[in-house]
Design a protein around this ligand. Sequence first.
Ligand code: 6CS
Ligand code: FE
Length: 299
Amino acid sequence: MTTIAPEMVDLYPTRQGENRVIPRQDDVVQGPTDKGPLDHQTLESFDQRGYLTIDQLIDGDELQLFRNELRRLAEDPQVKAERRTVVEAASNEVRSIFDIHKTNDVFRKIAHDPRIVDRARQILGSEVYIHQSRINYKPGFVGKEFTWHSDFETWHAEDGMPRPRAVSISISLTDNYSFNGPLMIMPGSHKHYVCAAGKTPENNHEQSLIMQGAGVPDPQTLAEFADRFGIDVLEGPAGGAIMFDSNCMHASNGNVTPYPRSNVFIVYNSVENTLEEPFAAPKRRPEFLASRDFTPVGS
Ligand code: 6CS
Ligand code: FE
């Protein structure tokens, strides 16, 4: 009997033609409303808006520990020279450091913290593993923007993530003001998937992590989305966190103020949604961007 490799069915085709918008084909909340830290109302809001906020997830001492670690890493020339460290184009200041849940004890601990993982399990309705982690610095004066995009569109096209059954958390390590480049989300946009135009260049991540090109929706689609969904600006004090669906349309402006906007960003993917081969890219991205260790957190 011949076994046929399971067809890679592409439910979310992108970077294969013109821009078009299709409906999301997966439920947003896949877990139970009566088992887990999130109550029915919070889950309902997450389903509708695509995100939820957690006030003061980390307290003063933990926050200071993270900030000290953030500074130590940014000043370590060895870390700066690694491939998983991305620097700002003009200033050469550190923009992001990836894979911190695997390489750093301080951030490994928070990535496995039940206060986060239990929320992710409940939203995704399964055990979860960590797809990606990063610290974003967005330094004062020179922190550049992250243009509008859906993370899932990139993870589908370039990492082979089949469905949008992943959730990210952004933990603020500095105060997020309206003026220093806070996260912006179009609430409700996660229920629509933008099939982007264009093709994924070879080694796209070497460029996209500084300024994303492939996968960014066209201005007309973004304008229609902004008119339809509005734009929420996620201001809030350091220590707070935002959990958002992998397909939310989101962005953040550059930072010309003296006040950095730093955060820890961790992505939890369902163990029932593990990576296949890239759906629209010449080859896989490095594992510091897309882990292929699907071991469930906490096992
Ligand atoms: O390419 C990625 O995986 C990363 N890019 C952005 C702008 N957000 C998600 C993710 O960290
Ligand atoms: Fe993103």
